[in-house]
Design a protein around this ligand. Sequence first.
Ligand code: KMH
Ligand code: ZN
Length: 319
Amino acid sequence: MRLLNRKVIISCAITGATHTPSMSEFLPLTPAQIASQSIEAAHAGAAILHLHAREPSDGQPTPSPDVFSQFVPAIVEATDAVINITTGGSTRMTLADRLAYPRLARPEMCSLNMGSMNFSIHPIAAKMASWRYEWEKGFIEGMEDTIFRNTFRDIKTIMLELGEHGTRFEFECYDVGHLYNLAHFVEQGLVKPPFFIQMVFGILGGLGAEPENMAVMRTTADRLFGRENYQFSVLGAGRHQMAFVTMGAIMGGNVRVGLEDSVFLSKGVKAETNAQQVRKIRRILEELSFEIATPAEARQMLGLKGADKVNFQAAASAA
Ligand code: KMH
Ligand code: ZN
């Protein structure tokens, strides 16, 4: 068991591609909003920023390198946080869509989803009194009949295409089987330790947010990879977020917060910024004598290639 005063990496997932604008007036949609909320979150203590892009006009998830390029360089200019670009995109995007920007930008880190699954928040649709934009209702209701595709070949493609430029991965694991899928690729020699395993709880289609499930995931990861070969982080969706990520830190993990995962700051209170969630978990962790990792410490813990070895400027001019 790690000492309680080890360093804890705070990741912040700024906007995602799951929540829609009508679910929170505070969800960052435009490049300017995503940039300013990312910079504020980094200054609040987030060492890793997990980023998606949205159409500036109506907040629809987009894979467009042109839109990413309207905010990523500004964030890089203002902070030394690790930029973690999604390869998950939205459940509606093709693999080519999802890889469009990471292929150009060659970031230090990308997310990588370790298995196909149902991934949905469709039950929310019935509770929405109104929708701000035309696309939202169909997008959310359509999740009920959408598979979030991540075949073994999709995963191998991402590992090879991005891995060859030194991009390392936030392995998104929503279930125990996803850990075995990761172990398969480790055996194939496609990925090297230290592994950064993002354990995702509370998404409909994945493991529920139960303490027993976190124990199973950590025990399985210990058995498959060896405790010394991975860092895990915990993400709790929706109302589970703060309690679950706190438990994750106590169990030896790192934490992920952000409006991608929950639009709330506390029960019934919406977070007005991502930084509010970062400040809240930082306060909780420091009260428990945890120290928060800097971006430099996160890079060292995760074996990242360095902020000078990315292509964000080139991607911006190519877009
Ligand atoms: N938007 C979800 C379908 C990732 O960034 O890789 C997938 C997601 C995970 O957000
Ligand atoms: Zn994401």
